[in-house]
Ligand binder design. Sequence first.
Ligand SMILES: [Fe+2]
Ligand SMILES: [Fe+2]
Length: 295
Amino acid sequence: MVGLAAQVRSVWRGRAKKRTNESTAEAHTGERPIVVRRMGFPFQKGLPRWWFGENVFLTHLINGLNFVFPEGERFFIRSVRVFEEQIKDEGLRQRVRLFFGQESQHQVEHLHAFEILEQQGFEIQSFLAWYKDLAYKKLEVRMSPLMRLSITAALEHFTAIFGDFVLRSDFLQDAHPIMRDLLFWHAAEEIEHKSVTFDVLQSVDPRYRVRLAGFAIATLTLFFFWMAGTRHLLKQESPEIRNASHADYLNFFFREAPRIVLDGLDYLRFDFHPDNEDNYQLARDYLEKIGRLGM
Ligand SMILES: [Fe+2]
Ligand SMILES: [Fe+2]
């Protein structure tokens, strides 16, 4: 993982500085278009086993993140749908429907990445079954609908941060083009709809402690399941490769992950709103470049 730590750090610092400069950016809630796009990435062409520049750790770090997406996105949709009828603002209701459409398409594409892993010989079903059972059958059912919504809004904050990071940096430059295109598209759409669930939460229950509790649970569960997925895949590599990746794993877990969480802490500012950081142009520029801005 040569240079990754330094790269992540410099981009993250740049983000923090930029945010300070843009803190007075005017919010334009609801005026940002959200477009549902059907992409159809050519996964049938297959991917190299270590598709991230031959880097085993980075490949499985992102594969591990892929693991949590489809079920996570189903959870987002379920959590918001419960409150759909309570949303009075027609504009927000429309944005919610488009948010459902985008998250549904993300699931479709990320599920293809699962098929690729199985074709490559990885055993993934035991992890997926464990994750589904623990996260959604045991934990989700113990949360109130309001807390599920608050967790969803916090997770959407993290996906928007990741989206900003990958679009702003050259982090994905060594990734295989299919995965790079998948992640760039997902990143851009996460920015496009980043304020939807936050606005739903604010309209349903704007209490700060609800937001705080959702953020705490979202942070713990996101990193727990993400790291578990990465470990599950690394464990299936040869002992030499596994051992060589161990330091990268620890470095990410103890150095980079806390930095990501620290960067996410602006969510806890009393006056936080996703639109306070106006990075919509970043998403638009990418979508325009691939000819998919309005379609
Ligand atoms: Fe998504
Ligand atoms: Fe999202």
